[in-house]
Design a binder for this molecule. Sequence first.
Ligand SMILES: Cc1ncc(C[n+]2csc(CCOP(=O)(O)OP(=O)(O)O)c2C)c(N)n1
Ligand SMILES: [Mg+2]
Length: 579
Amino acid sequence: MGTVEPQVATDAQTQVTDGFQLVIDAFKLNGIDTIYGLPGIPITDLTRRAQAAGLRVLSFRHEQSAGYAASIAGFLTQKPGICLTVSAPGFLNGLNALAHATTNCFPMILVSGSSEREIVDLQQGDYEEMDQLAIARPLAKAAFRVLHAEDIGVGVARAIRAAVSGRPGGVYLDLPAKLFAQGIDATAGKNSLIRVVDPAPRQIPAPDAVKRALDLLKNAKKPLIVLGKGAAYAQADAEIRSLIEKTGIPYLPMSMAKGLLPDAHEQCASAARSYVLPGADVVMLIGARLNWLLSHGKGKTWGGKGHKDWGAQKFVQVDISPQEADSNVRIDAPVVGDIGSCVSAMLAGIGGSWPRPPADWLNAINERKSANVAKMAETLAKNPSPMNFHSALAVVRDIVKANPDAMFVNEGANALDFTRSIVDMYKPRKRIDVGTWGVMGIGMGYCVAAAVVTKQPVIAIEGDSAFGFSGMELETVCRYNLPVCIVVMNNNGVYKGTDVDPTGRDPAPTVFVKGARYDKLIEAFGGVGVHATTPAELRKGMEEALRLRRPTLINAVIDETAGTESGRITSLNPSARKK
Ligand SMILES: Cc1ncc(C[n+]2csc(CCOP(=O)(O)OP(=O)(O)O)c2C)c(N)n1
Ligand SMILES: [Mg+2]
């Protein structure tokens, strides 16, 4: 983490500093240079003074978006993203993102002002009274409260360590209103701050664990590697690529691991997913959990007979958390450590020679890949009117290929699933999306953080429903004049725009205003709105947005019949019993 000397502001006569200043100094001392937040009592002056002290303070229209921005900044930088909110309602608005950060293993600190402890604890009805610490604790990796200015240094240090060490997560830091104005001797204040040394210590895997894993892999007839977003987070890109290429093992990237190696890589098995998962005999998970996104490592997806039956695979699991192994099925060779250290240890264990996986396994995968890619190419080449997801995404695919450094945000149901499988990524940590929960609402917060953190242009492919969750942040995107190109895949609703209320009274629950013009929204804030009804119009709009780097929203009109219920996860949807 980069560091700077604290600039303790003092009153010339009294040589006193205060809680506001110490929070700012503690952040600066630990290389935290950006705050994502929303002002109000009691943190308004904190936002002003942080800005005056040189921190970047990005102010949002809703704390949820600020929180999502902070969480993804944490993922992209390995430093805790800071979300700053007011008490009770602002805190609750930020809490969703805190839980999201914990679930997704992103380092984030939700810093909330809170009301007076004496009044809150006696439940005497303070302004925005709420026992925030108790409420945050089960949703956070750790939760702390600081009552005295001289403890701010320790509080911030503990929050940073908890957020980034081991398996990263969301941390809550409660700062009561009274703390900010507390004055203490400036020298004592300066001396109370902590520059966190080695906040995310490397965790070296045990040599016998590495050997056990390599022995298993070496004897595999049908090996497979699955890369999760933990592998992307680790920033061990060269080592991971080297391990995959030296072993010649086919690999499957999870959504946010796409681009860790280019999706067009010859060993990428994405286009043969339904063949390699049940077919593999040894699977090495790197920073990927066997949660619902991998069908819990069992059932038909993995070649099991019934939906709870295990397949015949053996598993190697590389993960920083020793508790992850055996969470769903037996892990035959857990390798516990940080991913960079684990992959390096494996590379060292492999040395110069490693047998390539049997040719019949590789050939069978390649056959499936070629057939599926050819089938997809045929679908993408069609040009139906109105546009469907495929014809629109064929354009997006070309644009991303031509702009591989652009950040790529994606949420929706069909708008997510089709995009994930059609749009190839070429570089690590470019694709950021709904994550473990499949949550809607990350869109604009992610766009702001991605643009600010990476300084690259951002492309966001948004379902029309998904976009609505954070749509007001268009103003934020425009206010900071960020190079963000938002494409709203407008199919008039959630999954589809075709449902009707059988009673004829109201619009169906899944349907929105037909033919809505989302492009007009951004024009209200001085951004560029584009209405695209053909792939050619979409291409022109995206190219222009990337060239001019101006905030742009393209309303891409998609056939309202084109989607399916819940996209790819229809099977998780309990349908109402038929009468
Ligand atoms: C916070 C939250 N609320 C609700 C949902 C349920 N949900 C899943 S996808 C989705 C929206 C899908 O519609 P859209 O974004 O328009 O994508 P489409 O399938 O139409 O392309 C919703 C509401 C969710 N995942 N997260
Ligand atoms: Mg939709």
